[in-house]
Design a protein around this ligand. Structure first.
Ligand SMILES: Nc1ncnc2c1ncn2[C@@H]1O[C@H](COP(=O)(O)OP(=O)(O)OP(=O)(O)O)[C@@H](O)[C@H]1O
Ligand SMILES: [Mg+2]
Length: 277
């Protein structure tokens, strides 16, 4: 039986497409164009969806405004609205770069249908996302502040959206591009002795791999949040790789099935998804 074609969802980390270390929102336009060109080199139809993080457009502004801690004042509600608009502005630039490279990228604001409960995603309407993908459009979702039924507002992270989108679009591989080459035994930006883990599974995660948050401001848990968001979704035909996409060519190789970074898997299969023909 011929292998089904590989379907991939890619997250472009906010740590890569923006300058996350600065305290003002700034896009790395050259890096973004290069990543868009790398996405466009994948065989047609392989990249079925894209997610991006907020980087300096989200984490710093959210932390300064405190909207994830309650939105009872007018000032906080205005900040919530302003921060949503900022994400839309970043997303428009990302989608333009993708279109310019030849991918039919469509902005899809997830907070238009998402409901969070106590900080966790409880509902996301994916009907239009699936219909778009069926028409070979590339839906692009992104980290946003969203309605939370108990807290008022919570941050819906790109890391939570990525496995959701991968499942919705029937992807077998999720590539989470960031600024470090996978999951390490400790933060490689702080600990020169940190070692990269080849594979993370729910078993090995419990058994002691306990990565930290982020060396930058990150209100959604940095690397720890990323792995935690993934583990519940993997297995049964979906694997993920966390990899460094600041290195030119890394995303291209991963899109061809290259085993870069750390494989995060449900544990049922070893070795990860392979490219179909
Ligand atoms: N054990 C670890 N292994 C790898 N990275 C780690 C670890 N612990 C902490 N980190 C940090 O995680 C960071 C990557 O996560 P971060 O959330 O900052 O990026 P991102 O998800 O690409 O950005 P965004 O959330 O804006 O999309 C690294 O820069 C590193 O400092
Ligand atoms: Mg993050």
């Amino acid at each position: 039986m011929p292998r089904p074609p590989l379907r991939v969802v890619v997250k472009l980390g906010g740590s890569v497409i923006t300058d996350k270390r600065g305290d003002r929102p700034r896009i790395r336009r050259k890096v973004l164009s290069r990543l868009a060109a790398e996405l466009a080199t994948a065989p047609r139809g392989r990249v079925v969806g894209v997610v991006h993080g907020a980087g300096s457009f989200g984490h710093g502004p959210v932390q300064r405004a405190g909207i994830h801690k309650g939105v009872r004042t007018v000032a906080r509600r205005l900040a919530w609205a302003e921060i949503q608009v900022l994400q839309n502005e970043l997303d428009a630039v990302v989608c333009r770069a993708l279109i310019q490279a030849g991918l039919p990228a469509v902005p899809c604001q997830p907070s238009a249908t998402a409901i969070m409960e106590g900080g966790r995603l409880a509902h996301l309407d994916d009907a239009a996302l699936r219909q778009l993908a069926a028409r070979r459009m590339v839906p692009v979702v992104y980290g946003v502040p969203a309605v939370d039924s108990s807290r008022g507002c919570a941050i819906l992270s790109g890391d939570v959206l990525a496995p959701e989108l991968a499942r919705s679009l029937g992807a077998s591989l999720l590539l989470l591009g960031t600024d470090v080459d996978g999951v390490f035994t400790s933060d490689p930006r702080r600990d020169p002795a940190a070692r990269r883990l080849e594979v993370v599974t729910p078993g090995t995660w419990r058994d002691g791999a306990a990565p930290g948050g982020s060396a930058s401001t990150d209100v959604t848990g940095g690397m720890r949040g990323k792995v935690a968001a993934l583990l519940g979704h993997l297995g049964e035909g979906l694997d993920a790789r966390i990899l460094d996409i600041t290195r030119p060519g890394a995303l291209t190789r991963a899109l061809r099935g290259g085993r870069l970074g750390t494989l995060v898997t449900g544990g049922a299969r070893r070795g990860g998804a392979r490219p179909g023909r």
